[in-house]
Write a new protein. Structure first.
Length: 138
């Protein structure tokens, strides 16, 4: 099950050529991920209150089509892999007006305690783990 996040492009996010600078997409993915976590009722603040962090281990992006100022992105977020210790989130990004695929991406994460030591969410916070497991792509 995916979650849809809508994001309008601001002028300051474009480069000299008038297209969104590639580095901004990483921010858009994080915005979509934060929105998704809030929608499943475990926003980052709840993780932090429980002494849990979710660092990014890696990002993979495939840029397919450009967008410009005023365009609106639709970012669909999915859990591709989840083990309790690690998670891979997949993103399908499209242009709302044209329906064209703008990019596909993945972010890899792990779960850690406040000292940044890896934890198994299945043991540390089972109710969070169950939500992730229930959303895993089939």
């Amino acid at each position: 099950m995916g979650f849809e996040y809508e994001r309008k492009i601001n002028y300051y996010e474009t480069d000299k050529m008038g297209v969104v600078h590639h580095s901004n997409y990483i921010r858009f993915l994080e915005e979509a991920r934060c929105y998704w976590l809030a929608k499943i009722d475990i926003p980052f603040s709840r993780f932090e209150q429980n002494g849990i962090t979710i660092p990014v281990l890696g990002v993979s992006c495939n840029y397919k089509y450009h967008v410009t100022y005023g365009d609106t992105l639709i970012i669909n977020t999915f859990i591709k892999e989840y083990s309790g210790v690690r998670m891979t989130v997949r993103y399908d990004v499209t242009d709302k007006k044209t329906g064209k695929t703008v990019m596909t991406a993945e972010t890899k994460h792990c779960f850690t305690d406040k000292e940044l030591k890896p934890i198994n969410l299945k043991k540390y916070k089972p109710e969070f783990s169950e939500k992730f497991a229930s959303l895993l792509e089939k």
